[in-house]
Each structure stands twice: as C-alpha cells, then as structure tokens.
Design a protein around this ligand. Structure first.
Ligand SMILES: [Fe+2]
Length: 202
C-alpha cells in the first residue's frame, strides 16, 4: 500500500476572501503531495509499516527503524498534519457545543482562548504548528510543535491545529503571520473540532 494525497473536500477558492485560492492550491497539490511522496519513498520495501495508518506510525516513532525514523517524523508528520488541517476549515461555522463549553471552562472565554492560541502560534520560531489538544489528563491544552512534528508523538490528541509554515500564508500576508491567524479564525470549522473533541474524550 502507498499513501495518497487526500481530496481537499472543497474547492481551492472556498475559503476566499480569508485564505486565497492560489495558496490553497499550491499548499495542497504541491506541499502536501511532497510529504506524501517522501513518505512513500521512505517506506519503500517496508510492507509491515506501509500497511499502518500514518497516525499509528507517529504515535510510536521509537519503534520505527532508526534509518528511516527522521524521514517518517518529517514526511509522515507532514502528511498527517495536513490531512488533519484541511477539513478543519469551512466558512461561517460558529464555535458552539462541547468545544465552546470546554474552552470557556479552561480559558475563561473564547476571546481569552483565541488570544492565547494566537500568541502561541506567533511564538513558533521558524516553521511549525500551533495546536489545541487533549492532553494525557484529558484536559485542553495549547501547544506548538516545530517543523512537522505531530502532537500524536507526544501522546496528545489534536482537536485543532494551524500550519504556520510560511508556505501557508506568505503569498497573501507576507511576513504578517498575525493577519493570517486572524483570517484562519474566520474559517475554523468548529463542528469538525467538536468531532475531534468527542473522539479524543472517548
Ligand atoms: Fe503546510
């Protein structure tokens, strides 16, 4: 089995005017495809690993043969993170239900959460991701990872994540990562976040 690029699930221009069509197209068809290709190359001839879900590989990196561990961490992380990322975005979905209650309980208010999340995302030096996860204590936690590292490798279950690599925003926003993050908050699919929350709490 080889890994394949998942469908985006919507048109490249579906998130306009918040996120631009051209960035979405390059990000999905070139960058994400690149991670898929590198992951397949790293796993060539390793049938036992090829049959596993990429999330399972990332949860147990210590058991990946050392000579391909870094490749799986980077390319497998890239594939898993982007696969998680695309369906998190949809226009005009309000934050409601269980995730709204959990955010208010943990952070005091939605605005306080948003401020803390954006602050964390702005604090990522270089390339990486900001996440809202369910941690080992079944509590919400904001965290960041460098490069394509996955929260799964640290025993955390992501419910929301944002790609803050420059390829994610530079074309439209230039160096203004903060403006990209404000735009991202306009297109978070909170229904999808609720799905992840429900799964993580099972
Ligand atoms: Fe990306």
């Amino acid at each position: 089995m080889t890994y394949t690029l998942p469908e985006l699930g919507y048109e490249y221009d579906a998130l306009e005017p918040h996120l631009d069509k051209e960035t979405m197209e390059i990000h999905h068809s070139k960058h994400h495809q690149g991670y898929v290709d590198k992951l397949n190359a790293a796993l060539e001839g390793k049938a036992d690993l090829q049959d596993k879900d990429v999330d399972e590989l990332l949860k147990d990196l210590d058991n990946i043969p050392e000579e391909i561990r870094t490749a799986i961490r980077n390319a497998g992380g890239g594939h898993a993170n982007h696969t998680f990322f695309w369906p998190l975005m949809k226009k005009d979905v309000a934050c409601s239900g269980a995730i709204s209650e959990a955010i208010n309980a943990k952070f005091g208010s939605f605005d306080a959460f948003k401020e803390a999340f954006i602050k964390a995302a702005l604090g990522v030096f270089g390339s990486g991701w900001a996440w809202l996860v369910i941690n080992e204590n079944k509590e919400l936690e904001i965290m960041t990872t460098a490069n394509q590292d996955s929260p799964l490798s640290q025993g955390k279950m992501p419910v929301l994540g944002v790609d803050v690599w420059e390829h994610s925003y530079y074309k439209k926003f230039g160096p203004k990562r903060n403006e990209f993050l404000e735009a991202f908050f306009q297109v978070i699919d909170w229904d999808k976040v609720n799905e992840h929350l429900s799964k993580a709490n099972q």
